[in-house]
Design a protein around this ligand. Structure first.
Ligand code: GLN
Length: 451
């Protein structure tokens, strides 16, 4: 823990942490030593981790990367963070993120952008770590933490993992409790682990997951020993290669990575088959209707009365306006505007209801594919990490980065991103394995064999 606390301090220029909690870490490590001495070691005993600052942590500032949560010290602990502490993990601090987890670059945080520890070969210009769990990904890649939590609504665990050359797993919706996690889009949000190896994420997920009656969408299913599923034996498994993910204009290096992944699977004895997920093309627009709709509703609670920031006004309405005007950043405001628009009486059917129907079709595509394959292999993102500040004036270009991650999110299915190669200028690239609902074991098995 001491070494990791020092590493967090040394890596401050990355801005991966919003709040460092060194005293707490050392106290937790001491308590952990005592448990270990008493022969009571938990699954993650004494392992220092970063906690995405979207998880409420009792008595520790929780910001969601937003100005509007100024000074918010929760009086309770999220279920997932509580599970991790119960397993013996040690908190190094709260990691930076896009404001309310909205973004793919970690540039929308009120607390400033995060830097990716990687650089292009021969080029020292800083790059984004991806987002929204960019602080977690950067911290793990920079060896500040052994693991970190993320949340994935449309790719926020998998894409930053790919950009930073680490492993990130988005479990099935309902596997990890959302209780105490600041809500973005409730029908999509899902906590998950980020770490250096597939095995580490497998161990971490086992500690994070639990049935939680406090989250009505938590699923009461046994939590398997994911690590034990990693036998390395994928002989005879069938892996689908969805043809709709072969995008026009996709960079050659991404296509080459994908082909390499297919080759590795075949060499390990799996069979790969081309499959069709016909509604893939509609996933991105569908996601960017549903996610902002839910966000606009979830963010209505930040009114200057109950939490954080309050800006004075002459009347209640003026106080709301001033608080929300000042407290939310540009991307959050954009989403609230889109969300309230698509939910408004005149447009509800045309946009929100239509999107919900398309979402069912996307889920059906996957269900049909999984009748004949065990898992699916795709690239995680259409490009490696881009420059710090790039795409900030072009939200559509930013949204396009999520093209490979949002379909599984809409279908509630699990996915894992693993580092699988380097781009031509030396940046990490990720491959994504998608699986059936509550079959994370198969994902760990396949990802482990690819690693
Ligand atoms: N990049 C996507 C968005 O901006 C996904 C974010 C997430 O998964 N939290 O909404």
């Amino acid at each position: 823990t001491e070494a990791h606390v020092a590493a967090v301090e040394a890596a401050r220029p990355l801005n991966a942490f919003i709040t460092e909690t060194p005293e707490k870490a050392l106290a937790m490590a001491e308590a952990s030593d005592k448990r270990r001495a008493a022969g009571e070691a938990g699954l993650l005993e004494g392992l220092p981790i970063g906690m995405k600052d979207l998880f409420c942590t009792e008595g520790v500032l929780t910001t969601a990367g937003s100005h509007i949560l100024d000074g918010f010290h929760p009086t309770y602990e999220s279920t997932v963070s509580g599970n991790l502490w119960n397993a013996g993990a040690v908190m190094l601090g709260k990691t930076n993120l896009d404001e309310f987890a909205m973004g793919s670059s970690n540039m929308t945080s009120f607390y400033g952008g995060v830097e990716n520890p990687w650089r292009r070969a021969g080029d020292n210009r800083p790059l984004v770590p991806g987002g929204s769990s960019g602080g977690s990904a950067s911290a793990v890649a920079a060896r500040c933490a052994l693991g970190a939590t993320g949340t994935d609504t449309g790719g926020s665990i998998r894409q930053p993992a790919a950009f930073c050359g680490i492993v990130g797993m988005k479990p099935t919706y309902g596997r990890c409790s959302r209780w105490g996690v600041v809500a973005f889009a409730s029908s999509l949000d899902q906590p998950g682990p980020m770490a250096r190896t597939v095995q580490d994420t497998a161990i971490m997920l086992r500690a994070m997951a639990s049935y939680d009656p406090k989250d009505s969408t938590s699923v009461d299913a046994p939590v398997p020993n994911y690590e034990a599923a990693m036998t390395g034996d994928i002989r005879g498994m069938k892996i689908g290669i969805p043809k709709e993910y072969r995008l026009d204009g996709m960079p050659d290096e991404i296509e080459a990575l994908w082909q390499q992944g297919i080759k590795w699977l075949e060499e390990a004895g799996a069979e790969t088959v081309e499959i069709s997920l016909p509604h893939t093309h509609y996933a991105l627009p569908t996601y960017y209707i549903i996610a902002p709709a839910e966000a606009s509703s979830n963010l209505a609670r930040y009114d200057g009365v109950r939490y954080g920031l309050r800006e004075p006004g002459e009347s209640l309405d003026e106080m709301y306006e001033a608080t929300r005007g000042k407290g939310f950043g540009a991307e959050v405001k954009r989403r609230v505007l889109i969300g309230t628009y698509v939910l408004s009486a005149g447009y509800y059917d045309a946009y929100y209801n239509k999107a919900r129907r398309v979402r069912s079709l996307i889920a059906r595509d996957f269900a049909q594919a999984y009748e004949s394959v065990d898992a699916i292999l795709t690239p995680t993102a259409p490009s490696p990490a881009f420059g710090l500040g790039d795409k900030m004036d072009d939200p559509i270009a930013m949204y396009l980065n999520d093209v490979f991650t949002v379909p599984a999110s809409l279908a509630g299915l699990p996915g894992i991103s693993i580092p699988a190669g380097l781009s031509k200028d030396g940046l990490p690239l990720g491959l994504q394995v998608l699986g059936k609902a509550f079959d994370e074991e198969t994902l760990f098995k396949v990802a482990g064999a690819l690693e």
